[in-house]
Design a protein around this ligand. Structure first.
Ligand SMILES: [Zn+2]
Length: 409
């Protein structure tokens, strides 16, 4: 247990000028014990193959009370990209992991995609925009139920549910550990810490809050084991006395460091700033992948198909229904045909509205596949070489930008 002095020091630190990461998962798990022990997920009686690429379909429930909380699909896609970079060790900042720790960094071979098939087998973007009368939520699961101003979970055997909403206070997010009731299973992230572009508050603007919380959802504890010199149950994470905030200078040695290399504060499961955290270890990888094994709580994801649009019966519901009134241009941009086989026409009644604007086409997982500068009010984009599926077209930048969904046949 922490001494009174250290608790007072902690409180003083929290009133300091620099923003510090607050993760609500440990607090949630201690105060919501009645949620535990829900139905078990159905297994599929197949183990994970060695280094099998595991794919987790994601549905993002955006709950907004004000227009700026209704974050763009591009912001959501930027979060999926960040997750895939971090879990696959493709994050560029991994290069700056201290040499003594580089060998610990693992590619978990866990991947994320926005769902392309909804629970009714209809096509979907995997993104739900829903207005709520609540001005904020607490870490008490109300955002997970339509009846309390939130949005009901999709089947947790097939989808990772992520709720994005304004969380009261300084908590950036929280997750349910494996084994909770089905209707609350998932991750909650505060609006301004979700994704890497858009409505974000530094220093939590690189998508690492979701990286961290999803690891809790996959059974990983904080690296200090939530106790003084605690045990996180992972063999290759060095013991550390407690959490780190902000970004320490390497080496950061504490009273229970096993050697002079000190804390692994650049691990995703410490409480450092987004720009400071860079890796999962091989031990954390093994523990997370174990959730997908036979009889594991996430085993059903090995059967997943929700990211394969060919399973969808019926197209997505009408597009662009979520555009905020302020974003609808005086001269609407029209895209046709949509769905498209090869040539996508981009037109605007205004002769100059499109000139000089950049058009970016992303896959549903956020990969940029086309980029062109528009020269006139009638342009063409060639999509013939692209695989069939859902794409996101962004025209213009920042406050001016417009987002469209494009379906490639
Ligand atoms: Zn945490």
């Amino acid at each position: 247990m922490k001494s009174i002095v250290s608790i007072l020091l902690l409180l003083l630190c929290q009133w300091g000028a620099q923003a510090q990461r607050v993760c609500g998962t440990d607090e949630y798990a201690r105060h919501m014990p009645l949620q535990r022990g829900g139905e078990s997920t159905e297994g599929i009686l197949r183990d994970t193959a060695t280094n099998e690429n595991i794919i987790i379909p994601v549905v993002v429930h955006i709950l907004y009370n004000t227009a700026d909380q209704n974050i763009s699909d591009a912001q959501v896609i930027s979060q999926i990209t960040a997750l895939n970079n971090d879990y696959r060790l493709k994050n560029l900042d991994a290069a700056s992991i201290p040499d003594v720790f580089k060998g610990l960094a693992a590619d978990t071979r866990i991947n994320f995609c926005l769902a392309k098939v909804d629970p009714n087998m209809r096509g979907t973007t995997g993104i739900i925009h829903k207005n709520t009368s609540r001005t904020y939520f607490l870490a008490d699961d109300k955002m997970k139920f339509s009846a309390s101003g939130g949005d009901d979970a999709w089947d947790r055997k097939k989808y990772l549910n992520i709720w994005v909403c304004r969380i009261f206070g300084r908590t950036l997010g929280y997750a349910t550990p494996p084994g909770v009731a089905a209707n609350v299973d998932g991750v909650v992230i505060t609006t301004t810490s979700f994704g890497t572009i858009g409505n974000l508050n530094a220093p939590f603007n690189k998508g690492r809050t979701a990286t961290h919380e999803i690891a809790h959802w996959l059974g990983i504890k904080h690296i200090w084991g939530d106790e003084d010199c605690g045990d996180d149950g992972i063999g290759d994470t060095p013991k550390q006395e407690t959490y780190n905030y902000n970004c320490p200078v390497f080496p950061s040695v504490s009273s229970c460091s096993p050697n002079s290399n000190g804390d692994l504060f650049m691990n995703f499961m410490d409480l450092t700033d987004d720009a400071c955290m860079k890796l999962f270890t091989h031990g954390q990888k093994k523990k997370m992948r174990g959730q997908f094994a036979i009889n594991g709580p996430r085993n059903s994801f090995l059967n997943g198909f929700a990211c394969d649009s060919s399973y969808a019966q019926g197209g997505p519901l009408p597009i662009d229904t979520v555009a905020k009134p302020a974003e609808i241009p005086a001269d609407p941009i029209s895209l046709f045909p949509n769905p498209v086989d090869n040539v996508l026409n981009i037109q605007c009644k205004s002769a100059t509205a499109l000139t000089g604007k950049t058009a970016l086409l992303f896959t549903a997982t956020g990969q940029l596949v086309r980029q062109q500068t528009l020269q006139s009010s009638s342009e063409k984009m060639l999509l013939g070489q692209l695989p069939a599926g859902l794409y996101v077209l962004q025209i213009g930048e920042r406050a001016e930008k417009k987002i469209f969904k494009v379906i490639k046949n």
